[in-house]
Ligand binder design. Structure first.
Ligand SMILES: Nc1ncnc2c1ncn2[C@@H]1O[C@H](COP(=O)(O)OP(=O)(O)OP(=O)(O)O)[C@@H](O)[C@H]1O
Length: 543
């Protein structure tokens, strides 16, 4: 564990020993080890006390679950009532026991219930909604291959392209022994007409889509709208994010394009109160809220060591470099995700770390989709690599064995912090998270008080390292710095707290500009400044 992590671990243990003790109790269950686990409905009744310790199957059984960190239950797939052909695919995928969320949600979904499910990151939510969805297809009348517009029976919506491709690949894995059932994916950044041809000429009972591209097909693909009228189940993956204002219009249009008579499934690792307020735009009133995260326990994994560092902005780049160097020295199989606030800051940081001879890649929305897919696949199968990324990689993407997640600067909110951190510590493994904040960003921690984030002492950075980072930064193209400065300003300008005092904001932005070695901040077009509502704030240069 690198010194920063050692410090943090030390701080965390000393600072919050009680919490550690509490965790310990939780992990080992109550004193007599017979803590009950309950799944609750929307009206907080107990719908079932599912007990699987004695190997009972998901449709009944008795006993009690000892709440542990394990993400696997004792329920075996070959004991559950799904199609034998699906079970063969499950077996080939290497899945033997169900994860907690799969075991908890399968019965309700197979009964046709609408479900809002909450389960920690990396615990198998994708299979949890795909397996019963395939069951729905299996139980539907076989499609008439001669029919021009065969119905789409399952529609899965994912917030990002990488996640949609990943879910479609998972579906194809599970459909291995279902020769007549097919899953297709439609995402932005790819050729619309090739998607149209693909959906027309291949079985497409299951469609995985990103919201914007799905709308494109609804508006522009002949006969597509009629195919959606066959939808039996609508799935919103990362549901809380899809119900955000940013996606709301798209989601409402999609809901209007599918039958009212349908099943709806919503899954996420975070289900803030706001979701309960709006989920009725899609869920039936009698939906079931099923959570595998025990009330009052942490939404993150206790095996993931979380720490935060507070340091002046002008130290962040050299601190990031020092943290990465220490982690690389400590773990030859290092696999690191570095989250930045915007695409252009991601590009700047990736450029800087590349010039410091680190094995780094970048992924963000300003890269072509073919590039994003290639880099995502490379990172997925590699070790000894660092991926600098914007929030396109924050949710859902399943990169195995990520050893460290570094979040540089203010996350958009607690949920995004949790999802980003959830890229490590998947499938019950260990992991590390470091959040790097400037003093004026420390308020963010007020929203994460219920998470076990330890304060790390700021590691010392020797003068040579500082000089090395400054020299590397001086070689980063001016255009990268200008775009990063503008994006940085835009990001914090839209933050309710930091963006409130425009004069202070501009001072901070110009501090950031100095961190890039620019004594004079880059000029920004008058039109963009006006759009940001910063038209006449002193300290900004316009062009
Ligand atoms: N029953 C199972 N047994 C073993 N591994 C499983 C099982 N189900 C899923 N997995 C694997 O667990 C990993 C995490 O699954 P998945 O990506 O669906 O997690 P998630 O809960 O959706 O995470 P996130 O909240 O980050 O989206 C994947 O590699 C998947 O192949």
């Amino acid at each position: 564990m690198n010194p920063a992590a050692q410090n943090a671990a030390a701080d965390k243990n000393s600072g919050s020993r009680s919490r550690k003790r509490k965790n310990r109790d939780l992990k080992n269950g109550k004193p007599n080890g017979s803590s009950k686990k309950r799944f609750q409905t929307t009206n907080n009744e107990v719908v079932e006390e599912v007990n699987l310790n004695k190997g009972g199957d998901v449709n009944g059984g008795s006993g009690s679950i000892v709440v542990t960190d394990s993400y696997l239950s004792d329920s075996r797939f070959d004991k559950c009532s799904v199609s034998p052909l699906s079970l063969k695919g499950i077996k080939d995928a290497g899945y033997e026991k169900m994860t907690l969320v799969q075991e908890a949600t399968l019965p309700a979904i197979l009964e046709g219930k609408d479900v809002l499910a909450k389960a920690k990151t990396g615990t198998g939510k994708t299979v949890a909604f795909l397996l019963p969805s395939i069951e729905l297809v299996v139980k539907s009348p076989p499609i008439d291959r001669g029919q021009k517009r065969t119905p789409i029976l399952i529609l899965v919506i994912c917030p990002t392209r990488e996640l949609a491709c990943q879910a479609a690949a998972e579906a194809t894995k599970l459909l291995k022994y279902h020769p007549t059932i097919g899953a297709q994916v439609v995402i932005g950044g790819t050729n619309l007409s090739s998607e149209q041809k693909h959906m027309q000429s291949n079985p497409c009972q299951i469609l995985v889509a990103t919201p914007g591209r799905l709308r494109d097909h609804i508006d522009n693909t002949a006969g597509f709208a009629s195919r959606l009228m066959g939808v039996k189940a609508l799935v919103l993956d990362e549901a809380d994010h899809l119900l955000d204002m940013g996606f709301r219009k798209d989601i409402e249009k999609i809901i209007a394009a599918v039958p009212k008579q349908r099943q709806t499934l919503m899954f996420s690792a975070t289900v803030p109160e706001s979701v309960h307020q709006v989920c009725n735009i899609a869920l039936r009133k009698d939906f079931e809220f099923i959570s595998t995260v025990q009330e009052g326990t942490e939404e993150t994994h206790s095996k993931v060591n979380q720490m935060y560092l507070v340091a002046p902005l002008d130290k962040h780049f050299s601190l990031l470099y020092a943290i990465l160097k220490e982690h690389i020295a400590a773990d030859v199989d290092y696999k690191v995700l570095v989250f930045c606030t915007t695409a252009m800051v991601t590009r700047l940081v990736s450029d800087l770390l590349g010039r410091l001879n680190l094995n780094v890649r970048e992924i963000h929305s300003r890269k072509p989709q073919s590039y994003r897919t290639r880099i995502s696949d490379e990172f997925r199968r590699s070790k000894g690599i660092i991926l600098v990324t914007s929030d396109v990689s924050a949710r859902g993407v399943d990169y195995p064995d990520v050893t460290l997640v570094v979040q540089v600067g203010l996350p958009t909110d607690k949920q995004q912090y949790i999802h980003r951190l959830g890229r490590t510590g998947r499938k019950g493994k260990e992991g590390q998270g470091i959040l790097l904040l400037a003093p004026w960003e420390e308020f963010f921690l007020d929203s994460t008080k219920d998470l076990p984030i330890g304060k790390a002492r700021v590691p010392s950075v020797d003068p040579d390292t500082k000089k090395k980072v400054e020299r590397a930064m001086s070689n980063v193209e001016m255009e990268n710095k200008e775009k990063a400065y503008q994006a940085w300003l835009g990001y914090y300008n839209s933050n309710k707290k930091v963006g409130k005092d425009k004069k202070k904001l501009v001072e901070l932005a110009n501090e950031f500009s100095k961190c890039m070695g620019l004594d004079t901040p880059p000029a920004i077009s008058k039109q963009i400044l006006r759009k940001m509502g910063l038209g006449n704030v002193p300290g900004l240069r316009s062009k």
